[in-house]
Design a binder for this molecule. Structure first.
Ligand SMILES: NC(=O)c1ccc[n+]([C@@H]2O[C@H](COP(=O)([O-])OP(=O)(O)OC[C@H]3O[C@@H](n4cnc5c(N)ncnc54)[C@H](OP(=O)(O)O)[C@@H]3O)[C@@H](O)[C@H]2O)c1
Length: 257
């Protein structure tokens, strides 16, 4: 019997953003879903919601995005007994966690630098290593790939600005990691892709930062819909290796920036 494909995502927040929306998209496409995040209650709720919709999701809370915590959660995922039984193979991994610090440079503290480094860089290295080791065990699929490793970037992945010295340093690092991995692991038929999200994503947090602005909430032309980002990630996962994307750039149609 062929193995069920597994999708794993790190960074699921409260379930209203890109991480959870992408998990729903991959679940509907037939993947088992492993959810990694720090808030166990939020995570459990998102997993239950996917299961209630007919999918198969499991929650894997982490105490932090420290290297060891990310590595050990992958061990738990690999040994997890899925309810419907049978074999499963990790086929798609999304590193979606991102810590943001938006401050003038002279206000950035050592703790801010540590947070940015741990979440955006250290965790990404641990996540990538675990995912790549799992992909290397796979045979190539119908698209000629052993697996797809995806990263969520931001405007700050390619542009520093007045309050983004810390955030942009983290996102630049993530982008360069993805490019190096694309070059190194492409030869092993593992697809690594980075996505620049150049605009605000409609999440509970983003909306609260805009005081619930109904125009921003309801006008799909001015902000990104998390589900639409998830569909683009599924598109990347479905690309075959004769013409695959390293970097995608996603933006709403009526951008002003
Ligand atoms: N929201 C936007 O407007 C926007 C725009 C461009 C790019 N992005 C990027 O898109 C990705 C998805 O973001 P999203 O807004 O759609 O939300 P999301 O997918 O719901 O969650 C993003 C994840 O980042 C983690 N995170 C957030 N703040 C953190 C902190 N201070 N320290 C450690 N981890 C933190 C959270 O981890 P836990 O799950 O462990 O809580 C969260 O799940 C992120 O990488 C973000 O940088 C967001």
């Amino acid at each position: 019997m062929s193995a069920r494909p597994l999708f794993v995502v790190a960074g699921v927040g409260n379930g209203s953003g890109t991480g959870a929306a992408t998990a729903r998209v991959f679940s509907k496409a037939g993947y088992r879903v492993a959810l990694i995040a720090r808030n166990a209650d939020h995570l459990k709720r998102t997993a239950e919601e996917i299961n209630a919709a007919g999918g198969e999701a499991a929650a894997f809370p982490v105490p932090s995005y420290a290297y060891g915590d990310v590595t050990s959660v992958f061990d738990q995922i690999q040994s997890h007994q899925w309810a419907s039984g049978g074999r499963t193979e990790l086929r798609v991994a999304l590193f979606n966690a991102g810590a943001g610090v938006w401050k003038p440079f002279l206000d950035v503290t050592e703790a801010d630098v540590a947070l940015i480094t741990e979440t955006n860089i250290t965790a990404a290295f641990a996540f990538s290593r675990a995912a790549l080791l799992a992909f290397k065990q796979n045979e190539v699929d119908a698209n000629g790939k052993r697996g797809t490793l995806l990263f969520t970037g931001a405007t700050a992945s390619i542009r520093g600005n007045v309050t983004t010295s810390a955030f942009a340093a983290g996102k630049f690092a993530l982008r360069s990691l993805s490019q190096s991995l694309n070059k190194e692991f492409g030869k092993q038929n593992i697809h690594v892709a980075h996505s620049i999200i150049d605009g605000g994503i409609l999440t509970d947090l983003s909306l609260s930062r805009r005081q619930g602005d109904p125009e921003w909430k309801n006008n799909g032309d001015v902000r990104l819909d998390p589900e639409s980002i998830g569909k683009s990630y599924l598109y990347l996962a479905n690309q075959d290796r004769s013409a695959w994307t390293w970097e995608l750039d996603l933006r709403p149609a009526h951008e002003k920036w």
